[in-house]
Design a protein around this ligand. Structure first.
Ligand code: UTP
Length: 408
């Protein structure tokens, strides 16, 4: 794209300020900016009205979870089916590590964070060790995909290589980068992260499937006969990954997706809750739960909306083909966005200062017909690290690790 084409595109979207520092840039940087203007999808701005309106939701109804008593009763059946699927190479793991982890406040990828006290225990290491338990139990290496973003790819890859993948087999690990979306201020003007670069951020935790296909990795799924993908967030240092019981229960139930859930700690706990929406599986956010929904009871007299999701899902690959980009809504999310101010200085805001555009996993679930919410014990499998201190922090995760006998 040449400069006049860039000006035209920017004018159409009211973004002429993007060229404010253009004349100060050297030739290479000018070219790079023109390329970014050409390639960036500015139409995301049409979603800004959604931010004011809020997301429109359908009719909610409860979706019963498979609870611990049933899981314990059928443990052998589930475990055997899961081991079989793993040993047949039908199961892969996929780490969602494309996020920016801004709340944790580290400049490195979140997985590089050391939660150890007497020795180094990196977040990546904890997750890989959890997966290695299953590899050792089943005698089978599980394909591990790791999604990074343009922002943290090099650092993540170099770190894991340097650490020898914490004992994982190098050949089994495949990295790919997720797609990016521009970020803007509250008036809908794109921020500039550098004088010659529009601020961009990874396009949300549901960007994984389309990004994976764009990277040509669906070929690996086909070639290796992978039928199930266990996606999991980088935050939760206790979660089990591809654990045979969960895999087996999902396979035996013939659902499109299995979702690990935990019993809510309180009716108003800030966690998304598994449910039906217009008859299809979905997740209702904590702030969307009406009093009536919080008071609703199931046939046993227990709260009907009682199971929160923990970003650990087992997707059935054949059904994912139907979850195409054009069916995935784009959410407008308020976040902290680093930018170059009018004086040319880089600002790292302490509070949210604008919007990013993200696809969310809940919309993937909603595209599918069936889902098995599968209860796991919170104290054993849910230790999210979102913040440096306080709730869902390094401190709280350390406590939970200690309770589970993990040396730090
Ligand atoms: P979060 O929703 O906590 O977002 O991600 P984040 O960007 O990591 O953290 P904050 O909000 O800036 O503090 C939940 C999981 O989804 C992944 C994250 O890496 C984490 O595992 N994720 C999130 C992606 O892989 N890509 C994204 O675009 C967003």
């Amino acid at each position: 794209m040449d400069i006049s084409g860039a000006k035209e595109k920017l004018k159409k979207y009211g973004q002429e300020h993007v060229l404010k520092y253009y004349d100060e840039l050297d030739g290479e940087a000018q070219k790079a900016l023109l390329k970014q203007i050409e390639e960036t999808d500015f139409s995301v701005l049409s979603h800004l009205d959604d931010a004011k309106r809020g997301d429109e939701r359908g009719q909610f109804a409860p979706l019963a979870a498979m609870q611990r008593d049933e899981i314990i009763r059928r443990e052998k059946e589930f475990h055997d089916a899961g081991v079989k699927a793993i040993q047949q190479g039908k199961t892969a793991a996929l780490l969602l590590a494309g996020g920016m982890g801004t709340r944790l406040g580290s400049d490195n990828p979140k997985g590089m964070y050391d939660i150890g006290l007497t020795k180094e225990v990196f977040i990546f290491q904890r997750l890989i060790e959890n997966l290695l338990d299953v590899v050792n139990e089943t005698g089978t290496w599980i394909r591990l995909f790791i999604m990074t973003s343009e922002k943290n790819h090099e650092a993540s890859v170099a770190f894991l290589k340097e650490k020898n993948y914490f004992g994982y087999k190098e050949d089994c690990v495949v990295f790919f980068k997720q797609d990016m979306a521009p970020a803007c201020d509250y008036e809908g003007k794109f921020y500039m992260e550098e004088k010659g670069r529009i601020s961009t951020s990874p396009n949300g935790n549901a960007g994984w499937y389309s990004s994976m296909v764009r990277a040509g990795l669906d070929k690996i799924l086909e070639d290796e006969g992978i039928e199930w993908i266990n996606i999991f967030g980088v935050d939760n240092v206790l979660q089990r990954i591809c654990d045979p019981c969960f895999v087996g229960a999902t396979v035996i139930s013939h659902v499109s997706v299995g979702a690990k859930v935990v019993k809510k700690a309180a009716p108003n706990e800030k966690v998304g809750v598994m449910c039906l929406e217009d008859g299809k599986p979905s997740i209702v956010e904590y702030y969307e739960l009406s009093q009536e929904m919080m008071d609703a009871k199931d046939e046993n007299g227990d709260p009907a909306y009682n199971y929160g999701v923990i970003l650990n899902y087992l997707f059935h690959v054949p059904e994912l083909k139907a979850v195409t980009d054009d069916r995935m809504p784009l959410h407008v999310v308020e976040k902290k966005i680093q930018y170059v101010d009018n004086n040319g200085n880089t600002v790292k805001p302490a509070e949210p200062n604008g919007y990013k555009f993200e696809q969310l996993v809940l919309d993937m679930i909603h595209q599918l017909d069936t889902c098995l919410p599968y209860e796991v014990i919170r104290e054993n499998e849910f230790a999210p690290i979102k913040n440096a201190t306080g709730v869902d922090s390094v401190e709280s995760a350390r406590e939970l690790c200690k309770k589970n006998g993990i040396e730090l």
